[in-house]
Design a protein around this ligand. Structure first.
Ligand SMILES: [Zn+2]
Length: 269
């Protein structure tokens, strides 16, 4: 959820009403109204509880036409009436909700017309880019100048290969329209040509559950996927001195922002 003094926007609705409320409460937020829900794409972990969430907060849903069609196809007909306030948006066309300016950006992912977003308000810019097979030049361009960057860091390639999923799923995740690996994210964050390192906050998001707890031998180290994600964050934090957070998507766990220990800047290279 993004919040200014005037406006509250929810990005996607995949967690369920109870879980959404619980997580908002965990960061000290009691939300009586929403000014809109922005939808990135139609996959279940992004729209699965849209009807439920709309039952809690009747509000406008912002999504593009192709995604809208898919959402109506996927959600049960009984919940269609809850989507009575819909605004169609388009990649490349900015729109305003209250005092937040939203820029939808096309991303490569295996959905009908998936979007990432940047948000601007009162001189602050936040970028949310998850569910993308690779980092396009367009995405790199749009995340520049972000004060806060929420970026996918989905899986460790080696762990994915030996992990529990069927081969088709692995193929899908690794494809150009799948998900960003920890390595791809780490390389981008460390690439001074691609990333401006302006962001004060970087959140690694959309981490795979299984690869977080799975313990495997990777290049001689017995590590978990969570460790791999920490490694990305630590590496980045070490070089830039920035504060890195990692979010966990596990429903069963408390939402906890994991703050890494302060890294000494001396000798950082
Ligand atoms: Zn997706």
């Amino acid at each position: 959820m993004l919040e200014t003094d005037q406006t509250r926007l929810l990005v996607d609705a995949g967690l369920g009403k109870k879980e959404t409320l619980r997580r908002l409460a965990a960061v000290g937020r009691e939300v009586d109204r929403l000014d809109g829900i922005v939808i990135s794409h139609e996959h279940g972990d992004h729209i699965g509880s849209l009807a439920q969430v709309l039952g809690q907060w009747r509000t406008t849903v912002y999504l593009n036409e192709a995604t809208h069609t898919e959402v109506m196809r996927i959600l049960p007909e009984t919940s269609h009436k809850r989507l009575d306030r819909v605004e169609h948006i388009r990649a490349g066309q900015r729109f305003i909700v209250g005092d937040i300016e939203v820029s939808p950006v096309s991303i490569p992912h295996d959905a009908k017309d998936p979007l990432g977003f940047t948000f601007r308000s009162n001189g602050t810019k936040v970028a949310i880019m998850t569910d993308l097979g690779y980092l396009t030049e367009l995405v790199k361009f749009h995340v520049r100048g972000s004060d806060c960057l929420v970026l996918e860091s989905n899986h460790d390639l080696e762990m994915l290969k030996v992990g529990p999923y069927p081969w088709e799923v692995k193929q899908r995740v690794m494809s150009k329209t799948g998900h960003l690996s920890n390595l791809a994210t780490s390389e981008f964050l460390g690439d001074t040509d691609g990333f401006d390192a302006y962001a004060r906050y970087v959140v690694l998001a959309h981490l795979s559950d299984y690869s977080l707890s799975e313990k495997l031998d990777i290049q001689g180290y017995h590590v978990t996927g969570l460790y791999a994600a920490f490694h990305v964050a630590e590496h980045f934090g070490y070089h830039t001195g920035q504060v890195i957070y990692i979010t966990k998507l596990k429903r069963a766990q408390d939402l906890r922002f994991t703050r890494l220990p302060v890294v000494k800047k001396e000798g950082a290279r």
